[in-house]
Design a protein around this ligand. Sequence first.
Ligand SMILES: CC(=O)NCC[C@H](N)C(=O)O
Length: 127
Amino acid sequence: MIVRSLENVLGTERDVQAETWSSRRLLLKNDGMGFSLHDTVLHEGTVTRMWYKNHVEAVYCIEGEAVLEDLTNNKTYTIKAGDMYALSGNEQHILTVKQRFRCVCVFNPPCTGREVHDEEGAYPILD
Ligand SMILES: CC(=O)NCC[C@H](N)C(=O)O
């Protein structure tokens, strides 16, 4: 069994900072669960373009508000606490944060550690 708290992840190797977000990685590949679990905060007023070509991701918002744009069909959605979106088809998308957006993210295959987006907004597959 693994028991871990956000408090103990903050400021460690599992606390990853990018320009528009901070991702606190509660579970990673080497935890052996088959997925990774992140508590992520996207900063207010930021715009992040993403394209997880190598992963599926589910995002469950627990605080704040953002506009999600699916670039494959130009649909937009307002995502706020209690809403979830799942990138089941590796969709290119943009998240525009209206109010500090905190979410729980699950990645399959799991992230291994310190991934940040490449120039296309993707994460590589790392061993
Ligand atoms: C919502 C989202 O995808 N944010 C980017 C960060 C990423 N989810 C992560 O936690 O690694």
